[in-house]
Design a protein around this ligand. Structure first.
Ligand SMILES: NC(=O)c1ccc[n+]([C@@H]2O[C@H](COP(=O)([O-])OP(=O)(O)OC[C@H]3O[C@@H](n4cnc5c(N)ncnc54)[C@H](OP(=O)(O)O)[C@@H]3O)[C@@H](O)[C@H]2O)c1
Length: 355
């Protein structure tokens, strides 16, 4: 059997480059793809990995090229956003070609539309689609699965992101502009999804010391409201972000140097409230971009490993893989430190959860 090939769409962006570099460092064969033929070819030369790296230009308005890209790989990792603009054609190409798909979306409507509209075609094609396997949204989904494991009912599950030093790339800035301006928020309350305007409020999330309680913007419209209820028996799901994160310099990070870009510091905590108390767990780390890339790489490699997923469809990150095992691997790689006793010991056993 020939070794799996992982395609990276949007390879020339910050996230795409991290994903491509990580895959090459682990010895895999990759295809660098994007809309700009010269840029992907230039990057292929720069990475200097011989036959393990190829380039393919595939603009979004060229379904034939996207189809060729998808047909030539086992998993397509989509790193070009905003996904409200770029997501659908790439995901559809993956389904049409029967390959697997992973993306970095946090956008609720994109993620919801994949579950609502592409699940059946993906099942028929045997394609596993895992949107939102990243930092924002992705860490929340995976941590929620670990913190709530075994709880029979969760009244309220809150994901708190405390982030300092985040400097947005051009793609992240365009995504943030769209998300903030979009007044149709997908909520999960009383055990049901709904879509309506939500007035943002100030909340306090009780991070434990040394961070301590923080003033939060609540809710932030990330995809956990859609993905978490698929695998956690929750009545209510909400994501929140430290208010100080939304400082002007966060939005003006397009031209910072690599060290500054990598200098973000974060704590992501999940509080699962039950009738008789509840449970909390968190991770604290540095460089959210690297953490985001690692999540998508681990999910992509889990899907690529033979014999592959037993069935196709659209899956939350924590449905696609064993969340605790994945987070334990990230901790072993030095991405973050988890609260004591939260994660199992890291192993190299297969992560795939789609059986
Ligand atoms: N959920 C999370 O925590 C998380 C983490 C990381 C990234 N992301 C998301 O991932 C996306 C990329 O982020 P980034 O930091 O890598 O941004 P970036 O460095 O600005 O790169 C953006 C990439 O997307 C490509 N692109 C943009 N619009 C495109 C289009 N219409 N057709 C084809 N390619 C297009 C760009 O290609 P060109 O070079 O040709 O312009 C570039 O390769 C953003 O949406 C961001 O929100 C999310």
């Amino acid at each position: 059997m020939s070794p799996p090939i992982i395609a990276v769409y949007g390879a020339t962006g910050h996230t795409g480059r991290l994903v491509a570099t990580e895959l090459l460092a682990r010895g895999h064969r990759i295809v660098l793809a994007g809309r700009d033929a010269i840029a992907v070819q230039k990057m292929t030369t720069e990475l200097d990995a011989g036959e393990r790296v190829e380039a393919l230009a595939a603009p979004l308005d060229d379904p034939g090229a996207l189809r060729e890209l998808a047909a030539g790989c086992t998993v397509l990792v989509h790193c070009a956003g905003p996904y409200s603009e770029t997501g659908r054609p790439v995901a559809e190409a993956a389904v049409a070609a029967g390959c697997h798909y992973v993306d970095h979306a946090l956008e609720q409507h994109h993620v919801r539309s994949l579950f609502d509209e592409l699940d059946r075609p993906a099942r028929d094609a045997g394609s596993a689609l895992v949107p939102g396997a990243s930092f924002y949204g992705g860490y929340g989904d995976l941590l929620a699965a670990v913190v709530a494991a075994g709880l029979p009912e969760v009244r309220r599950l809150v994901i708190g992101y405390a982030v300092a030093g985040w400097r947005m790339t051009a793609g992240a800035r365009r995504t943030a502009d769209q998300v903030i301006a979009d007044l149709r928020r997908v909520t999960f309350t009383d055990g049901a999804l709904d879509e309506h305007y939500v007035e943002p409020r100030n909340a306090v999330f009780p991070f434990p010391p040394p961070l301590g309680p923080q003033s939060m913007v609540a809710p932030v419209p990330y995809h956990e409201t859609i993905t978490v209820p698929r695998h956690v028996p929750a009545r209510e799901v909400e994501a929140q972000m430290t208010a100080h994160t939304f400082a002007p310099e966060t939005f003006e990070g397009q031209d910072v140097d690599d060290a500054t870009r990598a200098g973000s510091e974060y704590t992501v905590a999940v509080q699962a409230i039950t009738a008789d108390g509840g449970r909390t767990g968190l991770v604290t780390g540095r460089d959210l971009w690297w953490g985001a890339a690692l999540v998508s790489v681990e999910v992509a490699l889990a899907l690529a490993e033979p014999p592959g997923p037993a069935r196709g469809g659209v899956f939350a990150p924590a449905e696609a893989v064993d969340a605790g095992a994945l987070l334990a691997r990230l901790e072993r790689r030095g991405a973050f430190t988890a609260s004591p006793g939260l994660l199992p010991d890291a192993t190299d056993e297969p992560l795939l959860g789609i059986r």
